[in-house]
Design a protein around this ligand. Sequence first.
Ligand code: GCV
Length: 842
Amino acid sequence: MAEDGSAAWLRYASIPNPAQYSFLPSRIAVRGNSPLEQTAARELQQGLSSMLGRPFSVVRYDPALASITLAPVTSKPASSASIGSHEPAGVQADSFRIVRTSAGKSTSLTIQGETPRAELYAVFHLLEEVGAEKPIPAVDRQAPSAPIRWVDEWDNLNGTIERGYASRSIFFDNGHVRQDLTRTGEYAHLLASIGINGCNINNVNADLETLSTEHLHEFARIADAFRPWGVKLALSIDLSSPQTVGGLSTFDPKDPAVIAWWQKKVDEIYTLIPNFAGFTVKADSEGRVGPSKYGRTPADAANVLARALRPYGGVVLYRGFVYDNHLDWHNLKADRARAGVDNFAYLDGKFEPNVIIQIKEGPIDFQTREPVSPLFAALRHTSVAIETQTTQEYTGQQRHMVWLPSMWKWALDTDMRAEGADGRARITTVKSIVEGKAFGQPVGGYVSVVNVGLEPNWLHHPMAMANLYGFGKLSWNPGQPLSAIIDTWTRLTWGNDPKVDSTIDAMQLASWQNYESYTGPNGMGTLTNILGYHFGPGIESAERNGWGQWFRGEKDGIGMDRTTATGTGYIGQYPPQLAAQYESLATCPDDLLLFFHHMPYDYLLHSGKTLVQSIYDAHYAGARAVAEYVPQWQSLQGLVDDQRYQQVLALFTYQAGHALVWRDAIDNWFRGISGIDDAGGRLGHDPNRITAEEMKTGGYRTVDVDPWETASGGKAVVCDGPTACTLSATLDKPAGRYDIAVQYFDTWGGVSKYTLLLNGQSIASWAADATLPPAQADPNLDGQDSTRFTVRSISLKPGDLLELSGTPAPPVDTARPQRTMSRELAPVDYIEIGPDGPITPQ
Ligand code: GCV
């Protein structure tokens, strides 16, 4: 059966052994009368009928007959975390229980929720148990860990998405909300199924007109599409709105006219969207204006909004991502990582109770590994939410498979060792902080930037939806084991075949560490081109500019000295016990070392390897591990549907090739700066490689590649001619079968064409027409667009003539004029001839 991935984990595919659920009665009865309960009953009916292959029906409740009954809880416990008067808040609102009872031969299930939305969550829970062939316990009580479980979309009103990698916005087009909101409803369906209760629909870099009356009327249509699934709409707003929308002369949060304007605006919003969730605020950050303009604090600004929202139960998610992006890199004490605590800790206790500080998991920006933000432990009288990024901005942009819940759980489980009133350090995990358990601030939770797009499968890579699923699951219960989360996702998404499940689970569970291994080592950050679009390697882009993502790679060593003794003092922002652990080389973990310390390249790690050798080895191991995804995936052919099989195969093949680009760039760069060779003798010795510039050429010209480490020998060849150029080499390989890989650059500047010939006969032809890297034209030859094409199992013998013919893109591509900004000149880096076998030559 062909599948496009649009149903994600809600496929409701028939399960192999439906008889195990034969006890489930086919009658579904609803005792409440809200639309949400009706939605829940219909979902249950459809899901069970489809998975179990027998009809279920929604009927009138009859106590004499066995049924699955949805009913509200009769007596409500007092809410511990009420933030407004609008509705019960806190985790109770979403808690439910499912109770199984038997009378004679018949079994009934009673689904009880604190609210209709909780009944809906219970229904999804039950459907998931059936879909993944799990037992249904006699009594199952569930409550989410925190009330805020939101996704943030960074969609722009013109239909583009900041850091979106799966086509355009499902909400907006051309300055307006789309007429057809079918995808919006389907998205809310997915969100509800994993317990997400809020969705912020627009970019935190908010359009200045977001709060105009005209736009609000349109947003109300999105809220309507969300409502059947219990998902509330939130908006990102710009703090200058009183000026830009209201026409006031100021947006000073202490100005009475400004305060009145916000109140009136909030009143207007609630007349249009009665269940509006609240505002997200990015201010005084990356060019956004903020309260600092008037000498006011984030608390001054957040509280004005919060007071206006509070009577309605709305909240303000004020982002802790406030930093100066014009830092002086000459100043060894300057440190962007300090910004969160420096800008917010002194305000602890000064925020209204419905203000939540939304803190990115690490102090920089969603890197492949960072320590957790010290701000989590610095705010003890303020609710906080952790902000993660499901959209893979720095982690492969949904072209690499990286299962991020592994990273999030690592962050959530980090014990910050905060001191209690008695001055003694105690277990203070990040999850206990956002849950409100550690400091008793119960209105916090979890936010993830998701950026789904119009592509049928939402995020482009079929495996990437496991990140959204895992986010929902962790925010419901951060204590849940990762293996259970991924196994359920795999079963629901790909079916219950044991081989399929064990293969996919294992790949996903290893994928974050694999990605980390071939990208940013030892806490250095992702080492991507941070001045470009954060996809491929671009190591030194982080250095010597105002963005503050420095790692200070010098001849003597590498890493930011953030110690209190000699560095920026950042480590001192953690509670003392954790600070001491990071400050001392004896206890600082290897995988965060360079985040905290400036170290010589031959420093001996706890692992027993020198720093630089560990980097070399990790990059070889990581690239090899992801190359293995290809044969592992191929072993599932026929066990999963062909449409998604082919899609994933193409992506894994791409990832295997791009991991080599990463590996080589980083390892060569470290070899260059450290002057230390790879003890394994691999670096700089590529006997299977023929660089393009050393081949005999007809028409190709050699060019420098910048940064040098993203091409073999720092050079590539390009063909300026109107027709094809050629490269050729006479081979001296012993007779046998080989894979032949061509490393070229797919720059998005039109479509070049390549043909590989052996002794004058074509053995493969392809076009450089990938949408990789996504969404943005990149005219440069570099690590973002270095791409590999592999022809498998070719018979070679000594003396064979291998030829590559490259035809540059036509000067103007009329079909896609945006692609001809800079013409693609059939660029080539090298050809690699490796042994035949399942794995691309290493
Ligand atoms: C929406 C990073 C991203 C920006 C993003 C910003 C933020 O800097 O690259 O695209 O802006 O974070 O989280 O506000």
